[in-house]
Structure formats: structure tokens, C-alpha cells
Design a protein around this ligand. Structure first.
Ligand SMILES: [Zn+2]
Length: 556
């Protein structure tokens, strides 16, 4: 099979190689053509075009409608874009694909605005389940009702027969009800877990909230989903992102997630391209796996490792240089120690693997930048593309270090308009200046990759672009933008969602721009967002999504 494909690729290359720069390749090979479009190619040599021809999985030409129409054959599917915009497929550089897929089918708490509503939805959902079935995900946000953390006694009487283990939308804390605490054996006597917190009431009784590493106490007793449930979650996730124009993702997950992806790939079911990262602490296993099996193909690729320095701002677990403004004795926490992070980063780097590390607080970011700098110094030059995920609160002296060290800032613009509602309460106004500082990063020539952190935020790149361009917080409190000096342009944002993401996954030869020879991954949008007033970008809709020359979503 492998050999057959290799021969096929060679043949195609030699045919096109001998022809002298064809303006339109042999007509018989064109399977799909897009005409009459406003194509933003992302290719600086030819930023705009109005038509594109595709043969199988790849683009064979980008040019004028007249040119492309000449190559159309009866078997070619021709899409008339009626002047709509076409852009390279969006790359969401930070998702938790399977948990998001599971979340689509679970209780929806993201917009529960009061404790009463929160409890009511969990109670209603419990009624639809068999006794003993777990209620998970949820994505609640206690900031919507003023910041009081939920407690088990809000829901215990409504869920006597079902363990509840619902997470805050950032995934850095979860609420367990009495049944889940019992299943995990958590009592007043349970000891604290390093890098985590068991929230307790005045009597020392656990309230049900567990933060960061303490969440493992319940995670490990939660039953594993069946393969069928996993497949359904993956399919739901792929459908959702296709509807939103996402054609590739970097997935932050586990080894067991890889099994689910491999099963779908073997069955030909993938319609999202996956770059699947596994935990940084398991770098030796990944080194051995890559040695035996390689790094995969353009549908499912491995080679990346994801680590954590700290937690999140919303959970007060981000590691800060100075205490939180609203908690003067608290500077957050480290999920992994700097010694562990150094050892893992160094080992993984020597093995030629791709190191991606979550760092939110200014102290966490500085710690990881120091580690990257040290490892690069020790191991010498290499195309390593270290990534810091979130890079949320950057201390002023560290702003230029991303570009200096070649570290990619993998950031999530939707968080800025979401957390912007309350972040100053937690870190004050001054530190807010280096928060989601996309303009400052770009001014330093930092490579940006945009993503959503779905299910922490919706995987909707058009909303992400709107967020980066307007910085209008979700509560409507900042019409001109929250820290408006950090707004960026529409094309800056488009690049961060396309070529920026391609670079962040070593895929720039295949993806990120629309040009001859690249994968035919693209999105049709109902308006040209480079000409839309910024505040209206949020109304733009994805009309069609194509991955590898195949339509995976269409509104018609
Ligand atoms: Zn994440």
C-alpha cells in the first residue's frame, strides 16, 4: 500500500515536472473548481485571486475564472462562489477535541447565569439518565453570577443517583457532587495534592470543588467511555469544527485519544486534520513510538508533546510574579516544577520532538522561556519551534523574548473578550497591559498561532478574528476595545489562523496558504471580512468547508 502510493506520487511529480510551467494542468485531472470568488490566498506574492482548480486532494492552479474555466471537464464539480470570500482552511492550534466532542452531548452550563439555573440544568439532565451514569463536562462559568464557586449542596438533592463531575469552562477546576466524592473516597481526612487544591468549608469539609492536580482524585474513578461513545464524540467534534471552517487542529490530549483518532483514520472517517499532542512527561514513549511508526501523515500526525507550567487565571492557579490583586497572599501555583519541566523539555528536544507548553501567568511564562533558552543553548541550533500556549500575561521584559528565541505564541483571541470582563479584578490595570498582547507580540515579529482552546471557548475562528480585531468584551463594556492598543488587523488575524497555524505544526509546505501544490483545504465565507466594518465580522457565516478537495460542510 505504502509502495503503491509512493509510485503514484512519483508519477504525478514527473508529469508536472516535464511540462513547462502549465497555466492550467491537464483538464481531465480537475475534480473541483471554484470560480467567481474573492480568494484571499495568504500568499504574499499573489494575495488575491478569483478562481482555483483542484485535482484530488491538492490545488493545481490559482488564478482567474477565465483560466480555470478552460480546465473544467464534464466530471469537474464547479462551485460558483458568487463573489463570496474564500480563505485557506482555518487551523485551530489549540483544542481538546474529544472532551469537546463529549461536551456537545452533555449538560450545557456555559451560559447558566445563576446558581439556581446551574442546579436546575444539572437536575433536568440527570432525569434523562440511567441511575449510576456520570454527568461530566458542562463548562460552567461562575463569573457569570459574580464569582461564587458552586458547591455540591446546590445539586446533591437533585442528583441522588448520578455522580456529577462537571468542569469549569477552562478545565482547571471541577465540581463533584456527593456521589462522585464518595466514589473517589474523598472525605475531610483526604490530604492535599501537590499542584492542586481541595476546596473546603469552614469545618474542613470538601465543598466538591477540586482544582488542577486534585482533579485526578475523581478523574481516576470516572468510568472510561466505550469505543462507540468515543467515536460518536469524535464525529460530533469534526462536524462542529467543519461547520465553523476549521480544517486542521492541534489537539492537546492523551495517548488513549490517539487510539480513537487512529481508528477513525483507518476507517477513512477523518474530515479534520489532527496534530495530536500527548503529555510532555511521556516524551520517552513518544520518542519510541516515532522511532517505530514514524510521525503519521497529513491527516493524523504525532511528534508533539504538551506540558503545563501553571493553571488558569479564572481558577487563581496561574503562576504570577506578584500576588493576585483580589487575593494578596496568593501568587498561584505550578502544576509541574521547573526541574521537571526542564528535564522533560531537554529530553524531548534531544529526541527531536516538538515541545508545546501551557503557561498563563507572567511567572510561568518567564520560567518556561528560561527553560527554552537554556535547552536551545545546550542542544544547539535546530528547527525546534517551541510553543508557549496561551502566553496570557507577559511581563514587559519578556515581551521581546518570544521572537528572540523563536518561540511561537499560541494564543486564543476569544479569551481576550471573554476574560476581559473580569481579568482586571484579578490582576489589576497595570498587568492587564501585557495581557493577550497580540499587537505587542506582532510588533516584535513574534510568530502567532491562533486557536480557541475549545471547549474552553467555542472553536469559531470568525469570532476569534472579530475578538482580535475589536477586543470588544462579551459584556459590551468596551465598545472601542479592551486595551484597544492591542487590536490587530483582519489580515494579521487571518494569517494567525492559517499560515501561523501551519508553521506551528511544521505544515507550511502543505497548508496555510492557497497556492499550487498545497492541500485543497479552504473555507467560503458569506462576505469579504477584510472590507466588513470590524464590529460586523461577528455576523459573517461560513458557507462551505473543503478539506483535501472534499466538501465536509455546506450550508446549501
Ligand atoms: Zn487547553
Amino acid at each position: 500500500m505504502r509502495q503503491f502510493r509512493f509510485v503514484a506520487i512519483l508519477t504525478v511529480t514527473s508529469i508536472t515536472g516535464f511540462m513547462h510551467r502549465p497555466t492550467h494542468p491537464p483538464a481531465a485531472s480537475i475534480s473541483l473548481a471554484v470560480v467567481n470568488a474573492r480568494i484571499w490566498t495568504g500568499d504574499s506574492r499573489r494575495p488575491w485571486a478569483d478562481a482555483m482548480a483542484i485535482s484530488g486532494e491538492r490545488i493545481t492552479s490559482v488564478g482567474s475564472s477565465a483560466e480555470v474555466r478552460k480546465s473544467v471537464m464534464p466530471a469537474t464539480r464547479v462551485i460558483d462562489a458568487h463573489g463570496m470570500m474564500v480563505v485557506p482552511g482555518f487551523i485551530d492550534s489549540h483544542v481538546h477535541f474529544l472532551s469537546a466532542g463529549f461536551g456537545l452531548a452533555s449538560v450545557q452550563l456555559r451560559d447558566a447565569k445563576t446558581p439556581r439555573e446551574f442546579a436546575r440544568r444539572i437536575g433536568e439532565y440527570a432525569k434523562t439518565l440511567q441511575p449510576g451514569a456520570w454527568i461530566t463536562n458542562g463548562d460552567w462559568d461562575h463569573e457569570l453570577w459574580g464569582g461564587e464557586l458552586p458547591r455540591r449542596d446546590w445539586i446533591d438533592s437533585l442528583t441522588p443517583n448520578n455522580p456529577v463531575w462537571v468542569s469549569r469552562l477552562d478545565g482547571h477546576m471541577s465540581l463533584a457532587n456527593g456521589a462522585a466524592l464518595r466514589a473517589a473516597g474523598i472525605t475531610t481526612a483526604t490530604k492535599e495534592v501537590a499542584g492542586g487544591t481541595i476546596v473546603r468549608d469552614a469545618q474542613g469539609e470538601p465543598t466538591g470543588i477540586l482544582k488542577d492536580n486534585a482533579m485526578s482524585l475523581v478523574d481516576r474513578v470516572q468510568p472510561n467511555p466505550s469505543p462507540e461513545e468515543e467515536d460518536r464524540a469524535l464525529d460530533a467534534a469534526m462536524r462542529y469544527v467543519a461547520e465553523n471552517g476549521v480544517t486542521s487542529v492541534t489537539h492537546m490530549g492523551s495517548w488513549s485519544d490517539l487510539t480513537v483518532f487512529q481508528r477513525a483514520h483507518a476507517a477513512g472517517r477523518l474530515k479534520t486534520r489532527l496534530y495530536a499532542a500527548v503529555p510532555l512527561s511521556t516524551w520517552e514513549r513518544l520518542r519510541d513510538t516515532v522511532k517505530t511508526h514514524g510521525r503519521g501523515d497529513e491527516w493524523l500526525k504525532i511528534g508533539a508533546l504538551k506540558g503545563f507550567v501553571d493553571g488558569s487565571l479564572g481558577s487563581h492557579t496561574a503562576a504570577m510574579l506578584a500576588p493576585f490583586t483580589d487575593a494578596p497572599n496568593d501568587t498561584g501555583l505550578f502544576i509541574s516544577t521547573p526541574e521537571q519541566l526542564y528535564a522533560w523539555t531537554s529530553g524531548a528536544d534531544k529526541a527531536g520532538l516538538h515541545v508545546i507548553v501551557h503557561a498563563i501567568g507572567d511567572r510561568a511564562i518567564r520560567t518556561q522561556l528560561d527553560i527554552f533558552q537554556r535547552v536551545e543553548h545546550e542542544d544547539g541550533p535546530r528547527d525546534r519551534r517551541f510553543r508557549i500556549e496561551h502566553a496570557q500575561h507577559i511581563a514587559p521584559p519578556d515581551m521581546s523574548r518570544f521572537a528572540e528565541l523563536g518561540v511561537i505564541a499560541s494564543v486564543q483571541p476569544y479569551h481576550a473578550i471573554d476574560d476581559g470582563r473580569w481579568a482586571e479584578k484579578v490582576i489589576g490595570h497595570e498587568r492587564g497591559k501585557g495581557t493577550y498582547a497580540f499587537r505587542s507580540l506582532l510588533d516584535q515579529h513574534t510568530r502567532l498561532a491562533f486557536g480557541s482552546d475549545w471547549p474552553v471557548a467555542p472553536a469559531t475562528p470568525l469570532e476569534g478574528i472579530y475578538a482580535a480585531v475589536t477586543r470588544r468584551t462579551l459584556d459590551g463594556a468596551h465598545a472601542d476595545g479592551w486595551y484597544p492598543e492591542q487590536k490587530i488587523g483582519v489580515e494579521d488575524a487571518l494569517r494567525a489562523y492559517t499560515s501561523g497555524g501551519a508553521y506551528a505544526s511544521y505544515d507550511e509546505h502543505d497548508k496555510g496558504t492557497l497556492e499550487r501544490g498545497k492541500l485543497a483545504d479552504f473555507v467560503m465565507i458569506d462576505r469579504d471580512i477584510t472590507r466588513t466594518p470590524p464590529a460586523e465580522i461577528v455576523q459573517a457565516r461560513v458557507v462551505m468547508t473543503v478539506v483535501g478537495g472534499r466538501i465536509v460542510h455546506s450550508r446549501e
